[in-house]
Design a protein around this ligand. Structure first.
Ligand SMILES: Cc1cc2nc3c(=O)[nH]c(=O)nc-3n(C[C@H](O)[C@H](O)[C@H](O)COP(=O)(O)OP(=O)(O)OC[C@H]3O[C@@H](n4cnc5c(N)ncnc54)[C@H](O)[C@@H]3O)c2cc1C
Length: 338
């Protein structure tokens, strides 16, 4: 582990000023010095321990006052500060009642101990969990190398990898909570070092590998997430979330889905359906959404929507099982909306 200095940020402005004044090169590029924000620190310290990240300075944003609040406004919706922990979201009764898919996604993420440490900002900004990407011995496309080790049909360990949009990179995004946030059409509030604020839809926050293989989100090193905002709920908005894992106790997602629907009785007026662990970023299934629009919520229509979602799947050598898995959980999640 390299030596680094530690800075306790007192405010958002203070944190941004610090990162601005540090010679900062692109994050996660091995050998380069950088300043990095640390919130819960779970992902940041993994990278440092593995020697993949060698920061000159760690800026601890975990104790910045004001970033740890959950508030609700009838017009603006639900605002969750970037430093709110997953445990705090899990125990929030309003979220449990009004945004059940988010509640379900959070309680099925990681372990109770990890949820006590993990912050929502850190969760959506964490890097993917492809074992080759996280190994200092493998220079894959994402790290500027000349190949994708996971894709190899014989040696590639691609059981957990992407079945959709798996061109240059076949990793899957690590945040299963982002699946639910995107289904709710949440936005991310980002401040840059000039003090400028922008509010970006989750759909535009993530960057597909085809767009820019070095990035997974639009977040730049001199930008800080302050809040994640979900639209106001209405009594006709229903939601469900399902995650499939290999181990019952806790595990990373093999496939997860969030469904948010505007309903009229048993009819779907409009649907927002997002898949996790299917593609390098959380994936909005326009096929499933269109298949459900203005349809009754029943077995036949739910199955048709799930099959439509999987019509574009292109599994790798060892993850063909994900196609029937997704058909099953998408169908089940749609049927839970009643
Ligand atoms: C064994 C294990 C199982 C897990 N299972 C799941 C799971 O099932 N589902 C799931 O969704 N997650 C899971 N996680 C992820 C975990 O819950 C954390 O959310 C995640 O590791 C990072 O959160 P953190 O707050 O520690 O972020 P940190 O490690 O502090 O930061 C992560 C990244 O985000 C950046 N960052 C943090 N906060 C901000 C901010 N406000 N603005 C800008 N950049 C910021 C940091 O610079 C860093 O690049 C798991 C983790 C482990 C170790």
């Amino acid at each position: 582990m390299n030596k680094f200095s530690w800075y306790e940020a007192k405010s958002v402005e203070d944190a941004l000023e610090q990162v601005n004044s540090t010679v900062s090169e692109q994050l996660y590029e091995s050998g380069k010095e950088a300043a990095i924000f640390k919130s819960g620190g779970i992902d940041v310290f993994d990278w440092i321990k593995e020697g993949l990240l060698k920061p000159q300075k760690i800026i601890n944003i975990r104790n910045i006052p004001g970033l740890d609040k959950i508030s609700y406004d009838r017009k603006e919706g639900l605002s969750i500060g970037a430093n709110v922990t997953l445990a705090e979201i899990a125990s929030n009764e309003e979220i449990k009642i009004n945004y059940p898919a988010l509640h379900q996604a959070v309680i099925h993420a990681a372990t109770p101990q990890l949820r006590n440490m993990s912050t929502l900002g850190g969760n959506i900004a964490q890097r993917n969990r492809c074992w080759y990407f996280r190994s200092a011995d493998h220079e894959c496309f994402r790290k500027g190398g000349d190949r994708c080790f996971a894709r190899h049909s014989d040696h590639g360990q691609n059981e957990n990898h992407a079945i959709i949009d798996n061109g240059s990179c076949v990793s899957i995004h690590a945040s299963s909570i982002a699946t639910a946030l995107m289904a709710f059409k949440a936005s991310v509030v980002i401040v840059n070092s000039d003090g400028k604020k922008k509010k970006v839809l989750m759909d535009d926050f993530f960057v597909s590998a085809g767009e820019d293989i070095s990035m997974e989100t639009i977040l730049q090193s001199k930008e800080l997430i302050t809040d994640i905002v979900l639209p106001p709920f209405s009594k006709n908005t229903k939601s469900a979330y399902l995650k499939h894992v290999a181990r019952e106790s806790y595990d990373w997602s093999l496939g997860d889905v969030a469904v948010v629907m505007e309903v009229s009785g048993n009819t779907c007026k409009s649907a927002s359906i997002v898949l996790g662990a299917a593609a390098p970023v959380p994936y909005r299934s326009l096929q499933a959404e269109e298949a459900m629009e203005k349809k009754d919520i029943n077995q036949q229509n739910a199955l048709a929507a799930a099959e439509a979602a999987m019509s574009i799947a292109r599994p790798l050598s060892k993850n063909g099982y994900k196609v029937p898995l997704f058909v099953s959980i998408i169908k089940q999640a749609i049927l839970e909306i009643t």
